[in-house]
Design a protein around this ligand. Structure first.
Ligand SMILES: [Zn+2]
Length: 266
């Protein structure tokens, strides 16, 4: 039996839910990073693509990707049938069989959904999250975050020292890249736009867009549960911020205004 645990840091990666303090911390880091970047280098689209490929190949190699006959694989394949590209970027989907509750998308259209997220969501809620992640790809948010992560101090020398071609990153550099990506957060504006994308995505697939708000409610319930159990030292950062509440409210108001009946919350 798989042991379930709640890792709020992972939830945070997906939704970039942040207290003002946390946001400020990130902002300070980003500004510092950007300052270095100006004098350092530019990264071409070709280099970016090569680094993204290195990263996602490394992630797929170091995480338990579910096999073709696995129930998670089949469920995700069924849900994403016909989803081949977003804004001309080809999509590919895989499941990581891990305890973190998360999903992420890379700028190359690689979308990874974690089994523990699939466990807590209905099909429609999961589609809402997938739509949200596709929104980050379509809006180039994930590309910007990836570029920024490449320019963090642990990596910029490796990236800078290669004249025009992408460096082959070592395991530890790829680990640093993963950490930089995990601590990156999207702005509220980017998150709102991705929420709207997910909402439209549900509508376009004849699903009730209330699922968007419902998926956030699930994550909120997780947060509260984790807060009560004091399982994570990140809790204090996430205990009282209003972001998720506001996002739930926004999605609910939109669905109500557009005349969608609220389904029973399963
Ligand atoms: Zn997001």
């Amino acid at each position: 039996m798989k042991i379930k645990s709640i890792k709020l840091i992972a939830v945070a990666v997906m939704l970039a839910i942040a207290t003002p303090a946390f946001a400020q911390f990130n902002k300070a880091k980003l500004i510092k990073g950007a300052g270095k970047a100006v004098q350092a280098m530019t990264i071409t689209d070709e280099q970016m693509a090569a680094y993204v490929k290195e990263y996602i190949d490394w992630m797929d190699k170091h995480n338990p990707v579910t096999g073709p006959d696995n129930e998670y694989t089949k469920r995700l394949a069924r849900l994403t049938e016909g989803l081949t590209s977003v804004e001309g970027i080809p999509l590919n989907f895989k499941v990581y069989d891990v305890i973190d509750v998360n999903a992420f998308a890379c700028p190359d259209g690689s979308v990874r959904v974690f089994s523990s997220l699939m466990d807590i969501m209905t099909d429609e809620e999961l589609l809402g999250v997938i739509g949200h992640e596709m929104g980050h790809v379509a809006h180039k948010d994930s590309k910007k975050a990836f570029r920024q992560a490449l320019l963090t101090s642990a990596l910029k020398d490796a990236v800078a020292s290669t004249n025009g071609v992408a460096a082959a990153l070592t395991d530890s550099q790829l680990g640093s890249l993963g950490e930089a990506l995990a601590s990156a957060s999207y702005s509220q504006k980017q998150e709102k736009a991705a929420d709207d994308y997910g909402y439209e995505f549900l509508k376009a697939h004849d699903k009730n867009p209330w699922a968007m708000a419902f998926s956030f409610r699930r994550l909120k319930a997780l947060q509260e549960q984790a807060g009560a159990q004091k399982t994570s030292k990140m809790n204090q950062l996430f205990s009282s911020h209003p972001d998720l509440d506001l996002r739930i409210q926004r999605m609910e108001e939109r669905a109500t205004k557009e005349g969608f009946a609220q389904p029973e919350n399963k």
